[in-house]
Design a protein around this ligand. Structure first.
Ligand SMILES: Nc1ncnc2c1ncn2[C@@H]1O[C@H](COP(=O)(O)OP(=O)(O)O)[C@@H](O)[C@H]1O
Ligand SMILES: [Mg+2]
Length: 158
C-alpha cells in the first residue's frame, strides 16, 4: 500500500508545483493519475521515487508512506528495493543488449532470484522468450514496450 498525504513540492526554493496532493494505492490495485501537461504528474513520480533532489526540488509538506513506513529518509535505490519501480514512457530499452540482458539488468536488485524473475517475465510475455537472444534495439511492434514492463517487473526484492 502506497499512501500519499497532503504533498507539497517546490522547485528551486520558489516554484510551488504540487499542493495538497493525496492519494492511496492499495495493494493489488491500479490507480491512474490524469492531468494536463505541466500539472505535476512527473513531479509526483519524482517525489515517489525519491528523485526530487536531483531536480532541485524539495518536499516542503506532507508525507509518502510505503506499507506504513515513511520514505523521506530513503535513497532512490532503497525505494526501488521496496518495490516502487518506474516504467519509462517511450521505447527506452538498452538497445545494444539482448532481451535477456535487459531483463537481467531489470532484476538487478534481486540478483539472487534472477532466474525466477526471468521465468515470470517469459511467462507474462512469451514472445520475449522466443526473442531472448535478440538485440533489444531490433525488437518491433509492442515488444519493446513489453520488455520495458517485464524488466521493471523483474526488479522486485520479494
Ligand atoms: N526542474 C524543474 N524546475 C522548475 N520547474 C519545473 C521543473 N520540472 C517541472 N517544473 C514545472 O513543474 C510543473 C509541473 O511539471 P511536470 O511535473 O513535468 O508536469 P506533467 O508531468 O504533469 O506534465 C510545470 O509548471 C513545470 O514547468
Ligand atoms: Mg510528465
Amino acid at each position: 500500500m502506497l499512501a500519499v498525504e497532503n504533498l507539497e513540492v517546490v522547485y528551486d526554493d520558489v516554484i510551488l508545483v504540487l499542493r495538497g496532493v493525496s492519494l492511496n494505492v492499495p495493494a493489488g490495485q491500479i490507480v491512474t493519475l490524469l492531468g494536463a501537461n505541466g500539472s505535476g504528474k512527473t513531479t509526483l513520480l519524482r517525489a515517489l521515487s525519491g528523485l526530487l533532489d536531483m531536480h532541485d526540488a524539495e518536499l516542503t509538506r506532507g508525507s509518502i508512506a510505503l506499507n506504513g513506513q515513511g520514505t523521506a529518509d530513503l535513497s532512490p535505490d532503497e525505494i526501488v528495493r521496496r518495490g516502487v519501480v518506474q516504467v519509462l514512457e517511450g521505447r527506452r530499452v538498452f538497445s545494444e543488449l539482448t532481451v535477456e540482458e535487459n531483463l537481467r539488468l531489470g532484476g538487478y536488485t534481486r540478483s539472487r532470484h534472477v532466474k525466477d524473475g526471468l521465468a515470470e517475465a517469459y511467462d507474462l510475455f512469451p514472445v520475449l522468450a522466443d526473442r531472448r537472444r535478440s538485440t533489444a534495439g531490433y525488437l518491433s511492434g509492442g515488444c519493446p514496450y513489453g520488455l520495458r514492463q517485464a524488466a521493471a517487473g523483474a526488479d522486485r526484492s520479494s
